[in-house]
Ligand binder design. Structure first.
Ligand code: IPM
Ligand code: MG
Length: 359
C-alpha cells in the first residue's frame, strides 16, 4: 500500500475548515501505518467567491478532477444568500457533483452504540438501526430544464422547475442500489411518488426491470410520504433505500436525526468508476463557526468512506471507524450529541481523541 493517493481538500465555509482540519489530522496519523497521501487544498463556496468571484473557481475544479478523491467540508452562509443563484456557495457543490458525474450518493444512517438516547426517538425504536440511503445526485428537479423565474402576461411572478429522469439515469442508480443491497441484507426499498408523478412512474418501472438481474434482492416500492413516516415509525425495517435527488435530500436529513445528530453522518458521492467526493451531510453551520464546538465526526467518518470506496484502503477505513467507536464508548461527546449534564468537548479535542484512539 505504498502508492501515493492524491486528495483534493476543499474545506469551504463556516465550520468547514475546522471539521476538515480534524479529518486531515486523522488521515495524517495513518501515514506511519503505510498510507501515502498527497493532500492539496483549495477554496470553494462563499470563501472562494470572496477570493476569486466564483464559488467553484476553475483551479479548484481542476484540482478535484486530477485527484483520486475529494474531501469536502461544507458551503454556505448568510453573507452570500443575496447573491445571484449562480454565484451562491451551493453552486460549488452542485457544480462539482455534475462536472465530476458523481451520480451515486451513499448516505449511511447508523446509530452508534451509546448514542441511542441522543436521538429524538425512543431508544428502543432506533436501537440497531442501519439504513443506507442511496440518493441519485446529478439529475431530477435539481438540474431539470426548463427552470426559471418570470412574470406572466397578467403581471404575476412565477417560478418553475422541471422534474426529469431518463431511463439510463434511473438504471445506473438502481444498479448501485441492488449491488449495495447484495453486500448487506438484500432488501432494497425504492422510494418515489408514482401515484402522482410521471417521472416517478418511470422510476418505478425501470427499477423493477433492473431488479430482474438481482433475483436474490427483495425489492419493494414506497411512496415518499409513507417512507418519511415509516422512517420515524420503524427505521429498522429498512436495509437499503434508493431514491431520486430531491426525495433523497429530504429523507437523508430525516434519517440523520434518528441517529442522534446530523453531526455524525458521512457521505460518499461516486462516479461510475468509483472516484468520489466525501462530505458530511450537514451544512456549514455559520452560527457555530470558529467556536471549536462543531462535531468533526461526520467528516472523519467521511474520510473513512473515502479510504474504503476510492482509495482501496479498507483496513485504514476500519481503523478510523473503530477509533470513532472507541471515543464514543469512552463517553466523549461534542455538544450536539451530549446528553443533559454530560461533559462536552470541542472540535479539536474530539480530533485529538480519535487520533489517540487510532493506536
Ligand atoms: C445536501 C445539501 C445540498 C443539496 C445543498 C447544500 C445544495 O442539502 O448535500 O444534502 O441539496 O444537495
Ligand atoms: Mg441536504
Amino acid at each position: 500500500m505504498s502508492q501515493t493517493r492524491k486528495i483534493a481538500v476543499l474545506p469551504g465555509d463556516g465550520i468547514g475548515s475546522e471539521i476538515v482540519a480534524q479529518a486531515v489530522r486523522v488521515l495524517r496519523a495513518l501515514e506511519p501505518h503505510g498510507l501515502v497521501l498527497d493532500l492539496a487544498e483549495a477554496p470553494v463556496g462563499g470563501t472562494a467567491y470572496d477570493l476569486a468571484g466564483d464559488p467553484l473557481p476553475a483551479a479548484t475544479l481542476a484540482l478535484a478532477r486530477e485527484a483520486d478523491a475529494v474531501l469536502f467540508g461544507a458551503v454556505g452562509g448568510w453573507q452570500w444568500d443575496r447573491l445571484p443563484r449562480e454565484k451562491r456557495p451551493e453552486q460549488a457543490i452542485l457544480g462539482l457533483r455534475k462536472s465530476l458525474q458523481l451520480f451515486a450518493n451513499l448516505r449511511p444512517a447508523t446509530i452508534h452504540a451509546g448514542l441511542e438516547s441522543a436521538s429524538t426517538l425512543r431508544p428502543e425504536v432506533v436501537e440497531g438501526m442501519d439504513v443506507l440511503i442511496i440518493r441519485e445526485l446529478t439529475g431530477d428537479i435539481y438540474f431539470g430544464q426548463p427552470r426559471g423565474l418570470r412574470t406572466t402576461g397578467e403581471g404575476l411572478r412565477e417560478g418553475f422547475d422541471t422534474m426529469h429522469y431518463d431511463e439510463s439515469e434511473i438504471r445506473r442508480i438502481a444498479h448501485v442500489g441492488f449491488r449495495s443491497a447484495m453486500k448487506r441484507h438484500r432488501r432494497l426499498c425504492s422510494v418515489d411518488k408514482a401515484n402522482v408523478l410521471e417521472t416517478s412512474q418511470l422510476w418505478r418501472d425501470v427499477t423493477t426491470e433492473v431488479g430482474r438481474d438481482y433475483p436474490e434482492v427483495e425489492l419493494s416500492h414506497m411512496y415518499v410520504d409513507n417512507a418519511a413516516m415509516q422512517l420515524l415509525r420503524n427505521p429498522r425495517q429498512f436495509d437499503v433505500i434508493v431514491t431520486g435527488n430531491l426525495f433523497g435530500d429530504i429523507l437523508s436529513d430525516e434519517a440523520s436525526m434518528l441517529t442522534g445528530s446530523i453531526g455524525m453522518l458521512p457521505s460518499a458521492s461516486l462516479d461510475a468508476a468509483g472516484k468520489g467526493l466525501y462530505e458530511p451531510i450537514h451544512g456549514s453551520a455559520p452560527d457555530i463557526a470558529g467556536k471549536d464546538v462543531a462535531n468533526p465526526l461526520a467528516t472523519i467518518l467521511s474520510a473513512a468512506m473515502m479510504l474504503r470506496y476510492s482509495l482501496d484502503a479498507e483496513p485504514h477505513a476500519r481503523r478510523i471507524e473503530a477509533a470513532v467507536a472507541a471515543v464514543l464508548a469512552q463517553g466523549l461527546r461534542t455538544a450536539d450529541i451530549a446528553e443533559k449534564g454530560q461533559p462536552v468537548i470541542g472540535t479539536r479535542a474530539m480530533g485529538d481523541a480519535v487520533v489517540a484512539a487510532l493506536g
